[in-house]
Design a protein around this ligand. Structure first.
Ligand code: 4AD
Ligand code: MG
Length: 466
């Protein structure tokens, strides 16, 4: 039977005799006459205090089983609590233990355990206050994303996860096949002796998508404003605090938008979803401000209230070159800026988010629109404190001849992109879009410093447990 959650019980307008709560025991302590337990069901950060008083029953048999981690149902009266910081407590009358828990073996103890250790027990870490709060915020952030786009005339579309094209042209692809690659000798081969993927289930070599952008463009050129929100995959061997092999990406794509409009949208979107979480998750956010990142609220005020600096790449190089001694990779015009440069601009120089645009064409994906100077493209990255790149986007090259030349220059087989080129043949219009990394957005909002800790089951080099 569905019962009110602890969140609902704690919001109850009046005391409630005969209430029932189910959840997991966080802690229990015993005084001479009474016992107290904290029961949490994940519905909110707060636990329900349960009081076991002798006048309400004999609990001596069940109490030893009500240990940290055990699952129980407790029936009793929800009464006003005399204790500070909680509106109600539950005076227990009956207890049912669902699943016991051996306190000697349970890996999740109340005392603080390190993030590194908790990653090794990712199946249990959502039972901790911090990871439960993170996951609730993640759910609310996803809701904020859909709300924002729905309120702004966008259509939510679904682009394929199995795809035959490399949307970024960067070659960071996971091959996806229905063939059993462990039986090498049994695989169909071409005359050249290579695996013949034309005999694979989908009839060609396919990959897990790195981005829904290219298919998203086709839908924007029919529906006007669309967005995707789904998992994307990168087979890049980057073992850093901000890279995952599997991450969720939000990719809006808009017909008739130019680069300037794209930047406006990205800035407004980031501010709006940040505000949404601040307004709707005050208690969970307080946990992060208190225990994870003391400067969190100040940082987020900066994100929601400052006007993001718009900085052309050439101007950025002029700012960075004089301080090259700070950097491992020295900056000069043409160098693709990396996180050390991005973070300098955001954290030291401007002290607020920066939108870096007009990067050199050599450092950019093939689809970005070439500027009239012939050397830069209409791409943009939104850079934020502590993380660096949060958003990557661009105005798209909408001229057929220029796009064909860019594909050829990048040694990309234009044949494979025939449908993408068709968009430039039939009713081509200026259009733009961007991709925001959902996990990086989670890092920004919670102050969590490692991407492995903002998703339930991170996929990073060398690790695919769970
Ligand atoms: O800059 P990226 O590679 O851009 C694209 O994929 C475009 N097709 C997006 C578009 O224009 N529709 O990736 C976009 C964002 C990055 O800014 C970053 O936030 C995130 O995706 N990202 C990653 N997040 C976690 N782990 C990784 N390995 C990531 N790679 C990119
Ligand atoms: Mg990028």
């Amino acid at each position: 039977m569905a019962l009110p959650t602890i969140r609902e019980l704690l919001k109850s307008p009046a005391p409630k005799p005969g209430a029932v709560a189910r959840g997991w025991i966080k802690t229990r302590r015993d005084s001479k006459v009474m016992s107290f337990a904290e029961l949490n069901d994940g519905s909110c950060r707060e636990s329900l205090q349960v009081v076991f008083a002798p006048e309400n029953g004999n609990f001596s048999e069940v109490l030893p089983s009500l240990v940290t981690g055990a699952a129980a149902e407790i029936q009793g009266d929800l009464v006003a609590s005399p204790a500070a910081g909680q509106k109600y407590e539950l005076q227990a009358k009956q207890v049912k233990i669902y699943g016991g828990c051996d306190p000697e073996k349970y890996p999740i103890q109340k005392k603080k355990t390190s993030d590194e250790f908790l990653r090794t027990v990712a199946h249990l870490r959502p039972r901790t206050n911090k990871y439960a709060a993170m996951l609730r915020i993640r759910a609310e952030l996803a809701y904020a994303v859909h709300t924002y786009f729905r309120n702004n005339g966008f259509h939510y579309v679904h682009t394929p996860i199995l795809t035959s094209s490399d949307a970024e042209g960067a070659g960071e692809l996971f091959t996806a096949t229905a063939m059993d690659l462990s039986k090498l000798s049994a695989l169909p081969k071409t005359e050249a002796g290579e695996i013949d993927f034309s005999k694979d289930l989908l009839g060609k070599k396919t990959f897990l998508t790195v981005s829904g952008q290219l298919e998203g463009e086709t839908l924007a050129l029919a529906l006007g404003k669309i967005y995707t929100f789904g998992p994307t995959f990168r087979a890049e061997n980057s073992n850093t605090y901000r890279h995952c092999a599997e991450f969720w990406q939000i990719e809006p794509e808009m017909a008739f938008y130019e680069l300037e409009d794209d930047m406006d949208l990205a800035e407004d979107f980031i501010k709006s979803i940040t505000r949404h979480v601040l307004e709707n998750c005050p208690s969970d956010m307080e946990l992060f401000a208190k225990f994870v990142e003391p400067a969190l609220m100040e940082n987020l005020r900066n994100v929601t209230e400052s006007k993001y600096e718009r900085l052309a790449y050439t101007e950025a190089v002029k700012l960075l070159e004089p301080v090259n001694e700070r950097f491992d990779v020295k900056v000069s015009w043409g160098v693709d800026l990396s996180s050390e440069h991005e973070r300098f601009l955001v954290e030291q120089y401007f002290k607020k988010p920066v939108i870096l645009y007009n990067k050199p064409k050599e450092a950019a994906a093939f689809y970005m629109k070439l500027n009239d100077d012939g050397r830069t493209v209409r791409g943009m990255d939104v850079l934020v404190p502590r993380i660096g790149e949060l958003v990557g986007g661009s105005e798209r090259e909408n001229r057929l001849d220029v796009l064909e030349k860019k594909l050829a220059d990048a040694h990309i087989d234009a044949q494979a992109y025939w449908w993408y080129l068709d968009l430039r043949r039939y009713g081509s219009v200026p259009h733009s879009g961007f991709g925001l990394g959902f996990e990086r957005m989670m890092m920004l909002i919670t102050g969590i410093s490692n991407i492995r800790d903002v998703t339930a089951f991170p996929r990073v080099p060398g690790y695919a447990e769970f």
